[in-house]
Ligand binder design. Structure first.
Ligand SMILES: [Zn+2]
Length: 404
């Protein structure tokens, strides 16, 4: 009798879980497919993704030299140094010329200017040493016509443009930092296709003039871009697109980036582009520590994902912050050395190549090949997918997943 009761309790509980598992499966069929499609990595993969370098503060050259020296002290088991991506901005306003035009016409000064020779040298030194890899972030970190328009009626922008020695684009209102839409009015408006194409042609040719080759990787400023922008870059030879996992196509009434519902997974290919997802932060000057960054890397590794850690230049260009950010970076590298002896350092170009090969059925030694390990990673990915799902929480599925 007792065993019948136990059996019927077990049966009811099993039915409960099966029912909710089926509901979750149908709710997440597409996401589960994506978990299977996304390449699974055997080793922890770590890349530092740093944006906004280029025109601006002369402190950058010292900061980059110190970062380079630090990264060059560490290697993985294959002898590769940790790589910091430098998302570069190629131009800034030429304020004297703009003023001379009665503040009517926008003029730019570019990274090719002789005043930036030492900065270009510092970047090249890191590239040669295998610690830096340059990506295109944009000509300016704003749309010049929007900046000029805003300077006429926004005192903050006017101050930034005409009474400011540093021209740090980080100090502009956030919406104006979105280059690929016109945020001089809110909600933002799209640029014309002709303006987009002309701007991209200019970017690509200046980038080639400065770095000796056309770029293959783009990081759109503030991760706001339209389909027109994406298509124009792809048509001109860009191969890899860095995302935060979603697309935002403009700025809404609250000036916030406006998602269009399109999501990305690592290694996804579409329209001639391969998409990568930045999935971690390491911004020491706003409180991110080496320990939390390590936890993030461990979590990504469990899911067979590379850890792409976003870390902007603002952490490094102020002298006081530079010191503490560098110390934290050093601490993180030491922690990785101790806790992740099998870590692999590589550039985004190398990572994208591995993913492209994987998508074409070409295997590499960093991709998981055993069925057992694939199942374990799939399970970890599903757990991470459902961690904030209400059904999974209240039905007890999350508890069950944690227990197995
Ligand atoms: Zn940026």
């Amino acid at each position: 009798m007792a065993s019948t009761i136990v059996l019927s309790i077990v049966f009811t509980i099993s039915l409960w879980f099966i029912f909710w598992l089926l509901i979750l499966y149908f709710q997440h069929t597409e996401n589960i497919k994506k978990c299977l499609l996304e390449p699974m990595f055997k080793f922890p993969i770590v890349i530092f993704e740093s944006d906004d370098w280029g025109t601006g503060s002369f402190n950058q050259q010292t900061a980059l030299t110190r970062i380079n020296t630090l990264l060059a002290q560490y290697t993985d088991s294959t002898g590769s140094h940790p790589v910091m991506t430098l998302g570069v901005i190629l131009a800034e306003p030429d304020v004297a010329k703009i003023k001379a035009s009665n503040q009517q016409i926008y003029y730019k000064r570019t990274l090719a200017d002789s005043r930036y020779a030492k900065l270009r040298e510092a970047i090249q030194q890191g590239i040669d040493q295998g610690t830096f890899a340059v990506h295109l972030h944009g000509m300016e970190h704003f749309w010049p016509a929007s900046l000029m328009q805003s300077a006429q009626n926004n005192p903050q922008v006017q101050q930034w443009l005409f009474n400011n020695d540093s021209l740090q684009t980080e100090d502009l209102p956030s919406e104006l930092q979105s280059r690929w839409v016109d945020s001089s009015q809110i909600p933002s408006r799209e640029h014309s296709p002709e303006d987009i194409q002309r701007a991209i042609d200019e970017e690509l040719s200046l980038y080639a003039e400065i770095f000796g080759q056309t770029p293959k990787i783009v990081v759109p400023p503030t991760f706001v871009w339209t389909d027109e922008v994406e298509k124009a870059y792809a048509a001109r030879g860009i191969e890899v697109w860095i995302t935060p996992g979603r697309q935002c196509t403009g700025r809404d009434k609250q000036r916030l980036p406006k998602p269009n519902g399109r999501l990305f997974w690592n290694g996804q290919e579409q329209g001639g582009l391969l998409f990568l997802v930045r999935n971690n932060y390491f911004e020491p000057s706003i409180g991110h520590t080496a320990e939390t960054a390590l936890q993030g890397i461990l979590a990504k590794t469990q899911c067979g994902r590379p850890a792409l850690l976003e870390t902007h230049r603002f952490n490094f260009i102020d002298e006081t912050e530079n010191n503490s950010s560098l110390q934290e970076l050093d601490k993180l590298l030491q922690l990785m050395h101790t806790h992740l002896p099998n870590v692999r350092f590589m550039s985004v170009t190398q990572l994208a190549k591995i993913m492209k090969d994987h998508n074409r059925g070409i295997t590499t030694e960093v991709i998981v090949d055993s069925k057992r390990q694939r199942t374990r990673i799939l399970f970890a990915r599903i757990k991470s997918l459902l961690q904030f799902n209400r059904i999974a929480k209240y039905s007890g599925i999350n508890f069950l997943l944690k227990a197995v």
